[in-house]
Design a protein around this ligand. Structure first.
Ligand code: PXG
Ligand code: PLP
Length: 438
């Protein structure tokens, strides 16, 4: 195992990281198994975040490793344009069986960001294919995170992601649904705010329905601090979108593959989008891959015109990559064998009550839980937004717990294999860290 600071760190420009701060005091992970990471000084670190919301079956699973290694030696790569290989078709069929009825035409990508760009492009292409080519506007939502492609940052609603980079034209946003005045410490879905979906109706009045192609939302906003939708909100959004011929896209990059205790959020809420995006848990985070699930009506509408014509002018070198497909198939086997895609439902009560027990911990101003996700919002330290949560993150890591922070919100999303005593350990460590936080 390498010793701390024993290697140069200069060459890598790290993603979404304060590079200089990190390189001055690095936190290095060198190993992972099951629910635990091991840091470079040998500390075992309980994974409270499934990596970055992706290692849903726990770490370093032998079955996935074997499948990947065998696949590289059998067929390492095959071109995916005007050619095929069996594994990506097998994987798509398996995913189609798991998908909500009618949402079973699957386009493979390399990540969540690529899935989002793909979904937006499919929405535009579909509208054009059905003679609605004037529908070029895309609607997102404040505090939405849809990855870092130009499409994703345009419909996303994170200021820091948008300020520096000129986004797409013709994009507008719904208001976000976070309302701590009315909804603080709600368990499950907050009661107030369904009427915020009427923002879509307002944008229709402003821009004209005939100019709007699609609206995209995370069913539960993850990255910007765990915001479950108000009761009735998604239903209302679905109704307005349908009434105006606007496609509804769910971004399930976080909520997909069991995070809420159902295979997908669309199952949890009983609301069907026209398209939904996935990545992360698709391969248990082992090999980068994303998948866009499309309604049959979308796919069928595109399969028109001469049969020799390419119907969708879009695709990646790595779409349906054989090694990623092998990892994905092995991942689905584990999910199925261990019942992980519904395990969150069985654990949700335990999870909710354990996390809400932190209500009286220092600095806590709100707690939100749904499925196996929690958001714990702290009072910002005066004049230093984000500092209190960041210090808590560092303290937790040193105490052997990995949490995620965004602003002054702590996000937890453990592997779906988490045990009740590990949930208790997370809460105890957090309580201790918050007790020491200034
Ligand atoms: N959509 C959603 C809803 C996401 O959460 C993406 C798209 C982009 O996926 P890729 O694979 O391109 O990163 C995401 C990614 C965090 C965190 O700490 C969240 C994400 C990524 C990294 C960190 O909340 N979400
Ligand atoms: N496929 C996978 C990967 C699953 O995890 C599940 C259920 O969790 C299913 C399919 C559906 O299986 P069943 O028909 O047993 O509910």
């Amino acid at each position: 195992m390498p010793l701390r600071n024993s290697q140069p760190l200069d060459a890598q420009w790290m993603p979404f990281t304060a590079n200089r701060q990190f390189k001055a005091a690095p936190r290095m992970i060198v190993q992972a198994a099951g629910m635990y990471y091991t840091s470079d000084n040998g500390t075992k670190v309980l994974d409270g975040t499934a990596g970055l919301w992706c290692v849903n079956a726990g770490h370093s699973r032998r079955e996935i490793a074997d499948a990947v290694s065998e696949q590289i030696l059998t067929l390492d790569y095959a071109p995916g344009f005007q050619m095929g290989h069996p594994l990506s078709f097998q994987f798509a069929e398996r995913l189609a069986e798991l998908a909500p009825a009618g949402l079973d035409r699957i386009f493979f990508t390399g990540s969540g960001s690529e899935s989002v760009d793909t979904a937006l492009k499919i929405a535009l292409a579909y509208q054009r294919a059905i003679g609605q080519g004037a529908r070029t506007r895309l609607i997102g939502r404040e505090r939405g995170y849809h990855g870092v492609g130009f499409g994703g940052i345009s419909v996303g609603g994170i200021v820091s992601n948008r300020r520096t980079f000129l986004g797409l034209p013709g994009v507008d946003h719904l208001r976000h649904t976070h309302n701590p005045q009315l909804n603080a410490f709600s368990r499950g879905l907050p009661e107030h705010g369904a009427e915020l979906a009427d923002d879509l109706e307002r944008l229709v009045q402003l821009h004209g329905a005939e100019t709007i192609a699609a609206v995209i939302v995370e069913p539960v906003a993850g990255s910007t601090g765990v915001l479950p939708p108000p009761v009735g909100y998604l239903e209302r959004l679905r109704e307005i979108a349908t009434r105006h011929g606007i496609l509804l896209i769910f971004d399930e990059v976080i909520t997909g593959f069991g995070r809420l205790g159902t295979p997908f959020a669309t199952d949890y809420f009983g609301v069907k989008p026209d398209i939904f995006t996935t990545a992360k848990g698709l391969t248990n985070g082992t090999v980068p891959m994303g998948a866009v699930f499309c309604g049959r009506h979308i796919y069928d509408a595109m399969m028109q015109g001469p049969e020799s014509a390419i119907e969708l002018f879009h695709g990646y070198t790595y779409s349906g990559h054989p090694v990623a497909s092998a990892a994905g198939l092995a991942t689905l086997d584990i999910y199925q064998r261990e019942g992980l895609l519904t395990r969150g439902a069985a654990l949700a009560d335990t999870w909710r009550e354990a996390i809400h027990s932190l209500k009286d911990a220092p600095h806590v101003v709100d707690i939100r839980t749904i499925g196996l996700i929690a958001g714990i919002e702290l009072q910002p330290r005066s004049g230093a937004p984000g500092a209190r949560a960041y210090d808590t993150f560092v303290d937790c890591f040193e105490r052997g717990l990995l949490i995620r922070v965004t602003g002054d919100i702590i996000a937890l999303s453990p592997p779906l294999t988490v045990l009740p005593d590990q949930i208790d350990a997370m809460v105890a460590t957090l309580r201790a860290a918050l007790g020491r936080a200034v």
